[in-house]
Write a protein that binds this ligand. Structure first.
Ligand SMILES: Cc1cc2nc3c(=O)[nH]c(=O)nc-3n(C[C@H](O)[C@H](O)[C@H](O)COP(=O)(O)O)c2cc1C
Length: 196
C-alpha cells in the first residue's frame, strides 16, 4: 500500500527536528536519576530505531534490552573480562567502579547488535551504517522523551555473545546506557561542515 501525504515539511517541523538533533548529547550514567524508564517509552524508542534506512531492507540491527537483575550479571561479566585481561591493577579498580556505576544507575542497557545475513547480500559496512542510523533514531527519540544516554564501545563487548544469546551471525557493537536525568539542555560543540 502506498501512503500519499501531500503536506510538505514545514519550516516549523525543521526547527523542531533541528532542536532535537542539536540537543542530543551523550549523557553519562553518573547523572542518571532513579526514575524508572516506562515500558511505553522503551517501546517508542525501539520503534523509532526500526525506521532506519537499509539497503535491500535487511534491517540488520538486533537490540537486546537489559534491565533488573540482568544488569548486575552484565556488570560482573564486564568486570571478569577486565580481570582476565589486565595486569594494571590500579586501572582495574577504576574500571570496576565505572562498570558498577554504569550498570547500577542505568534504567536500561540496550546491547547494540548486528546480524550479518548468510547470503551477504550487501557489504558489511552498509549493515554497520544502517545500524548506526538505527541508533541515531533511537537516540533522537530518547532526547525527545527527556531520556539521556550514551553508546559505550568497550573491548569487553566481544565477550558477551553467550550472555546476549547471539548466534554465529550476530555480533555486539556496544552497550547503550540510558536513563532519566536532570541535566540542562546543552548544545553540542561542532565545527561547521567543510566545503571542498
Ligand atoms: C560509535 C560510537 C562509539 C562511542 N563509544 C564511546 C565509548 O566507548 N565511550 C564514551 O565515553 N563515549 C563513546 N561514544 C560517545 C562519543 O564520545 C560522543 O558521542 C562524542 O563525544 C560527542 O558527544 P555528544 O554525543 O554529546 O554530541 C561513542 C559514540 C559513537 C557514535
Amino acid at each position: 500500500m502506498k501512503i500519499v501525504n501531500n503536506s510538505k515539511p514545514k519550516n516549523q517541523d525543521l526547527q523542531a527536528i533541528m532542536q532535537i538533533i542539536k540537543t542530543r548529547r551523550s549523557v553519562f550514567p553518573q547523572v542518571f536519576t532513579d526514575q524508572p524508564i516506562e515500558r511505553n517509552d522503551l517501546e517508542a524508542i525501539l520503534e523509532a530505531s526500526n525506521w532506519a534506512p537499509t539497503h535491500k531492507l535487511t534491517q540488520p540491527w538486533r537490540f537486546v534490552v537489559i534491565q533488573g537483575p540482568a544488569k548486575m550479571k552484565l556488570g560482573n561479566l564486564l568486570i571478569q573480562y577486565h580481570e582476565e585481561q589486565t595486569l594494571d591493577y590500579q586501572n582495574l579498580e577504576k574500571k570496576k567502579k565505572k562498570i558498577l556505576t554504569n550498570t547500577s544507575k542505568a534504567g536500561a542497557i540496550i546491547a547494540i547488535c548486528i546480524y550479518r545475513d548468510e547470503a551477504k547480500r550487501v557489504e558489511e559496512w552498509e549493515e554497520l551504517a544502517a545500524t548506526a542510523c538505527a541508533v541515531q533514531n533511537l537516540w533522537l527519540a530518547m532526547t525527545a522523551l527527556g531520556l539521556g544516554g550514551y553508546w559505550s564501545t568497550p573491548a569487553a563487548k566481544s565477550s558477551l555473545k553467550g550472555f546476549l544469546g547471539l548466534t554465529e551471525h550476530e555480533k555486539c557493537l556496544g552497550l547503550f546506557y540510558l536513563g532519566h536525568h536532570n541535566q540542562p539542555d546543552q548544545l553540542a560543540n561542532r565545527t561547521p561542515g567543510r566545503k571542498r
